[in-house]
Design a protein around this ligand. Sequence first.
Ligand SMILES: Nc1ncnc2c1ncn2[C@@H]1O[C@H](COP(=O)(O)OP(=O)(O)OP(=O)(O)O)[C@@H](O)[C@H]1O
Ligand SMILES: [Mg+2]
Length: 281
Amino acid sequence: MTRQQKPALTLQHINKYFHQPDSHNTLQVLDDINLDIRPGEFISIVGSSGCGKSTLLRLILGLDTDFDGSITLDDAPIRGPGLDRGIVFQDHRLLPWLSVSKNIQFALRNSKLSAQEQQERVQQHIDLVGLQGFEHHLPSAISGGMAQRVAIARGLVNRPAILLLDEPLGALDALTRTRLQNEIQNIWQKEQITMILVTHDVDEAVFLGDRVVIMQPNPGQIQRIVDIDLERPRNRSDPRFIAYRDNILSSFLNTSSTPPSTPPAPRAPLWTTLNGLNVAW
Ligand SMILES: Nc1ncnc2c1ncn2[C@@H]1O[C@H](COP(=O)(O)OP(=O)(O)OP(=O)(O)O)[C@@H](O)[C@H]1O
Ligand SMILES: [Mg+2]
């Protein structure tokens, strides 16, 4: 096997438990997660609220190292956060007192680049996300979609091998969201890095993913993985696209005839688009 064929990221037998505050109980959040992700692959993860998607990203990011199993990046175990992994959250988390360019540059504070190199790198990423002319704006003076583009630039500025995206477009209006889905795809194709996107939007998962990982809750497990064998850019009205979407949605709409013994936890909606209308499941 050549280096290029090796999985960029390997998750083996991941189990994750949380100790419940105020009790001696332990909650299993992830149950035997196994996944090989190829270099440059785009993975979408969908699943109901609370099934452990963000927890899984935190483990990959190295923010939480208290788990069973192994996570390796090019055969090296992940032991903590590193510049080889970037993340974009649902809320942009920009520092309100720093300009657009300073917010992006902030992510370079641990890099070995000179001040001049940092400025060049920041400008390249401002250009990449189409924010030329807004370098000196404060976050309060740009739109939500632009702020998310800054967050994407900040996640990419260290040139990570992997960019993790935790519902990055979840708070945006439908038009901005569609535009940014196209931009994320363009950036992914240009940068040729691995992207792992958590989303509640099945359309978004199919539009962007090489594979869609479907998770199920209690405890969080991979239910199945769907390969999306469609040329890019994908056409959302293509019957094959719609078939993939309906196939994935069927995982969430198959309800058991036995009612759950405990009420389900409140959840964020799982979005899909039917005939141009956003519908929450
Ligand atoms: N630090 C923590 N301590 C205890 N329990 C936690 C902690 N973080 C998460 N959990 C629990 O782990 C489970 C999974 O949480 P997680 O945030 O990973 O879900 P999710 O799939 O990302 O949900 P959502 O779609 O709502 O973002 C939930 O039951 C949550 O309450
Ligand atoms: Mg989450």
